[in-house]
Design a binder for this molecule. Structure first.
Ligand SMILES: [Zn+2]
Ligand SMILES: [Zn+2]
Length: 392
């Protein structure tokens, strides 16, 4: 098969423009399934052709362990897309989740990648039974169990929990799944193993062992909890349950059934929107000034790109950048910026500031002082003259 044309090489601006002028309503949805796929390479090429024809945009990962897809497509093609999925045994009746707050412009192109795993989890899967997962709970039951005092654990990364999470949930400090699951295991062990002076387990006044509280896991769409619950059960925790369909479907069920949300704030999503609002609660603070804010974005200095919570006022003050240093570069002539960017990676999207906003504020104060003293933080760049524009 000639696979050369099975990818989109157009410039992002052009793609955005194309999407803006398309004029048809789109629906954003996501689905995943752990299922054995024998020839993911060939499947990838076939799916690309079929789905491109249906106007599907988005990001799909295929691997021998299954599929993980976040896509948008013309709403008129939803039924055809469902039928297309159903033609394959592996994807038959796969449950999908439709994004609640969405303008259909979340994805610019269709990307289908064959990966080793559909979620980069860093776990040695062959060491435990990944199909021995926790009990799946719907929104209503999840709420009920929370009221009964279950331990609620956020299985997402620190930057995702930041702008929204379940009330009272344990929020891992790690910025990757592997780190988070280790942290959670340790936390649960400490909780479970709260021993007396003789090393005995928790007992009630009659000396009977106290039953371990139920563990409730949740993540964006439910996929990470499949692995996390199986892993925790393998680690010996018996009473493990998980939010079926994740926060995305929880939000849908809230609307459909008129339930009260125990999730507060926004849900972090992995597309151009970055977040979708679940409730009006603001659970985070601006990393630069500390006022209440859940406005999330990336530093506009391209080589920094740090993810940060930044209030409107700070966004204006720092020109959408994380620091005076980035602001200065961002505001230099494009030629000077090019010199700066040369040889630097532009891929980092995570932030150390999440676990240490005071560190960021300290850096900002120091930079402001230097700036006041010297008039610049990058003398080597400010001396670069842009090429003079020739008239005529
Ligand atoms: Zn601020
Ligand atoms: Zn920056």
């Amino acid at each position: 098969m000639d696979t050369h044309h099975l990818r989109n090489l157009l410039h992002p601006d052009l793609l955005r423009q194309r999407l803006e002028t398309e004029g048809v309503p789109r629906t954003t949805l996501s689905f995943y399934r752990y299922v054995r796929l024998t020839d993911a390479e060939t499947l990838r090429h076939t799916l690309y052709q079929e789905w491109e024809a249906l106007g599907v945009l988005g990001r799909i990962y295929l691997s021998q362990e299954g599929i993980n897809a976040q896509v948008s497509l013309p709403t008129a093609n939803l039924d055809t897309f469902r039928a297309n999925l159903n033609t394959r045994e592996a994807f038959k009746e796969v449950p999908w989740k439709i994004a609640v707050e969405d303008d259909g412009k979340s994805f610019l192109k269709l990307i289908i990648k064959v990966k080793k795993k559909i979620v980069a989890d860093g776990l040695a899967d062959d060491a435990f039974d990944v199909t021995n997962v926790g009990t799946h709970l719907d929104a209503k039951t999840f709420n009920q169990k929370m009221e009964e005092g279950a331990v609620v654990i956020d299985m997402r990364n620190n930057y995702e929990c930041l702008i929204g999470h379940f009330e009272g949930a344990y929020l891992p400090k790690a910025d990757n799944f592997r780190g988070a699951i280790d942290e959670v295991t340790e936390m649960l062990r400490a909780k479970e193993g709260q021993t007396d002076d003789h090393g005995a387990r928790s007992v009630d006044p009659l000396g009977r062992p106290v039953a371990a509280p139920e563990i409730l896991l949740y993540c964006t769409g439910g996929i990470r909890c499949e692995k996390a619950s199986a892993y925790l059960k393998h680690q010996g925790f018996t009473n493990v349950a998980q939010l079926h369909g994740g926060i995305i479907d929880y939000a849908r069920q809230l609307k459909a059934e008129g339930l009260k949300s125990k999730y507060l704030g926004q849900n972090f999503v992995f597309d151009e929107r970055l977040a979708e609002r679940i409730t009006d609660d603001v659970v985070s603070t601006c990393m630069q000034c500390g006022t209440k804010s859940d406005r999330i974005g990336n530093c506009h200095e391209a080589t920094c790109n740090m993810l940060l919570v930044q209030c409107e006022a700070c966004a204006e003050k720092y020109a959408d950048c994380c620091s005076p240093s980035c602001r200065e570069i961002h505001q230099l002539p494009i030629e000077a910026q090019r010199v700066w960017r040369k040889g630097r990676s532009t891929r980092s999207t995570k932030t150390k500031a999440i676990n240490d906003p005071e560190g960021l504020r300290q850096r900002i104060r120091e930079e402001e002082e230097l700036l006041a003293l010297n008039g610049t933080l990058h003398p080597e760049l400010t001396s670069i003259n842009p090429h003079p524009v020739l008239n005529g």
